[in-house]
Design a protein around this ligand. Structure first.
Ligand SMILES: [Zn+2]
Ligand SMILES: [Zn+2]
Length: 129
């Protein structure tokens, strides 16, 4: 699913390249989550890191892993690599659970596209917690 035009400004024009760089160059196709997504369990033998690998069966769910790029602070315009994480489907969904409850279209977009930057129906939150 393409980025909806009205939200296009939230993303750098090279988002697809940036996302691919994070997922396949930095993360080497492996989920970068170390448990911060909140889902359990993560593999203690791997230092707590999720052991999901792109295009391989997920170690826990058995479904094919599609790595996605998540914004740790849920702020789509914050594309600092330190704010980006390559997450497997499971970790990304867990990571974004609060956002998903607020924005079901994100979930649909993720499922439809396999990899889509987060879409938000409204401008990023203006009140930092
Ligand atoms: Zn994962
Ligand atoms: Zn995780």
């Amino acid at each position: 699913m393409p980025i909806r035009p009205q939200y296009r400004w939230l993303y750098p024009i090279d988002w697809p390249q940036l996302s691919a760089m994070i997922r396949f160059e930095r993360a080497k196709g492996r989920c970068e989550c170390r448990g911060e997504c909140g889902a359990t369990p993560h593999d203690a033998d791997a230092g707590g890191r999720c052991t999901a690998v792109h295009d391989q069966p997920h170690p826990l769910t058995g479904s094919n892993v599609v790595l996605t790029t998540a914004h740790r602070d849920h702020t789509p315009e914050n594309v600092d690599p330190a704010n980006l994480r390559a997450y497997c489907n499971r970790c990304h969904l867990s990571h974004d659970a609060k956002e998903h409850r607020r924005n079901a279209s994100h979930t649909r977009a993720m499922r439809a596209a396999g990899d889509a930057p987060p879409l938000f129906p409204e401008p990023p939150r203006g009140t930092p917690s």
